[in-house]
Design a protein around this ligand. Structure first.
Ligand SMILES: [Fe+2]
Length: 486
């Protein structure tokens, strides 16, 4: 039996039997406009006087699907708010409070939707209403928010589909994996399948998958862990926090002067020295960066979180070697070191140069590499960046911007940068297959979570970073990159 009804008339309700014939006895009973609810095929139908109970005009499955979409849209709304919140320079204490409110809203409203769905079964009364009527204001709020959730879910699905087609790697960029480390060692064949293994996994099922998600736990040196909790998390099967992908990415910069062809830049980001990992871990990273033997090194922020790690800065970054120098910008987590001047002083002692809010000119094969830094929105200064130095006029010059956040991409495009290097978003850290990155602290959401992009004439490389404050990464390898300009 199927139900149909509209609110077009007081009793505009019809009930059909299995042969699609109208059950006239039911219709006539409804025409008497009884105020009581009528039980029909397990649902409550009511007349117009109490039409708020009439929301059950579709099947239970339809309602569950709408609740499921509502739940998905609810998560989309709050993840979007979370991402935008972490793209701002709001004070950390305020951010943490808002974060708690967001978590509370996600949990409470999500549970409310789940409760609406299972309520008839909890009451052991499938005939019970799924939607409940509150007062007019309550009804309006619940209905409005549910519709907003549906819209959010629809919008994100459409946007995701569009991105899948449009956000492809630019043709001017070529990526080659130079190596993959599991802990201190090169990954073995068992740790990481080759493309041929991937094909076999597809053909044979899960037989080889077990080997893929459980790297050799002995490959993680004990001396890297700052505490037991981090060690336990790092050894969760599938957690990639202690792997390291080493890539070479060739960027085809339009009209690149011959002087700069072949120029290499080692790009690493988001070290997050918190103490969860020890200095030995960061020494290992520096060793890998030096092995790339690049012309210059760029570190794009979130170098340190805790003051207790300050003595490591010189010992770790002091070992980096590059003939054209090593450069850095600070990120939002570096703000946790209250004494900014002291932090910059220690980084200077480690041989790092800050191009923040200024042009640094580096001579290279009779041309000039112009480096600038942008630490907005966490450290002011980038707005004061002038036009390029006069000495550049009439000479070949290459403009490179270091920024912690990829949100500054349009700032870079407006100023004609050839290449922008950024971090901050950690590639999303947890990337469900097919779906991709979800949590990405950017005003663009997950659009620039990691990878290579071209906006206008500016190429953008967003590093997935090498570490994080939450030692969890799934389907999102930490990376260091050798960028080669061609
Ligand atoms: Fe970070």
């Amino acid at each position: 039996m199927a139900l149909r009804g509209t609110a077009g008339g007081p009793m505009d309700v019809a009930v059909y039997d299995s042969n699609c014939r109208v059950d006239k006895s039911f219709v006539s009973s409804m025409r008497r406009c009884e105020p009581e609810l009528n039980h029909v095929v397990g649902f409550k139908i009511c007349c117009r006087e109490c039409w708020r109970g009439m929301r059950l005009q579709s099947s239970v499955i339809g309602i569950w699907i709408s609740l499921l979409f509502g739940l998905c849209g609810h998560l989309v709304i709050w993840v979007a708010i979370y991402n935008r919140l972490h793209a701002t320079a709001i004070r950390r204490s305020v951010k943490k409070t808002l974060e708690k409110w967001i978590c509370g809203a996600v949990g409470c409203i999500g549970l409310f939707y789940v409760w609406l769905g299972i309520r008839p079964f909890l009451l052991n009364d499938p005939s019970s209403e799924i939607f409940i009527s509150w007062d007019v204001l309550g009804d309006f709020i619940v209905s409005f928010y549910l519709i907003a959730c549906w819209c959010a879910w629809g919008a994100v699905v459409i946007r995701w589909g569009v991105w899948r087609w449009t956000q492809r790697r630019p043709n001017s960029v070529r990526v080659t994996r130079l190596g993959l480390l599991c802990g201190a060692h090169e990954c073995t064949r068992e740790d990481e399948p080759t493309p041929e293994d991937e094909r076999l996994i597809m053909e044979r099922g899960d037989e080889l998958r077990t080997a893929r998600v459980q790297p050799d736990a002995n490959a993680f040196p004990q001396s890297w862990f700052g505490d037991r909790w981090t060690e336990r998390l790092a050894k969760i099967p599938g957690n990639q926090i202690l792997r390291l992908e080493v890539n070479e990415k060739e960027f085809g910069i339009p009209d690149l002067a011959p002087n700069f062809r072949g120029l290499t830049i080692a790009h690493a980001s988001d070290f997050h020295m918190t103490g969860q990992m020890t200095e030995a871990f960061y020494q290992h990273l520096v060793e890998q960066i030096n092995k790339l033997e690049c012309d210059l090194i760029a570190l794009t922020g979130d170098l340190i979180d805790r003051p207790k790690c300050l003595p490591w800065l010189e010992a770790v970054f002091g070992r980096l070697v590059a003939p054209l120098g090593k450069y850095y910008v600070l990120g939002n987590h570096d703000c946790r070191i209250a004494d900014e001047a002291m932090l910059r002083g220690m980084l200077k002692k480690a041989g790092l140069i800050s191009p923040h809010g200024q042009w640094i000119t580096v001579e290279h094969r009779n041309g000039q590499v112009l480096l600038a830094g942008n630490e907005l929105p966490w450290y002011p200064g980038a707005h004061e960046l002038s036009t390029p130095p006069r000495s550049v006029e009439g000479r070949d010059a290459l403009k490179i911007l270091l920024s912690h956040s990829p949100d500054q991409i349009h700032w870079a495009v407006d100023r004609g940068f050839d290449l922008m290097l950024a971090g901050h978003t950690h590639g999303g850290q947890i990337r469900p297959p097919v779906v991709g990155p979800i949590v990405s602290p950017s005003r663009f959401g997950p659009k620039y979570a990691g990878g290579e992009f071209q906006v206008g004439c500016t190429h953008l490389h967003v590093s997935r970073g090498v570490s994080g404050t939450h030692p969890l990464r799934f389907n999102c390898l930490p990376e260091i990159t050798r960028i080669r300009l061609v």
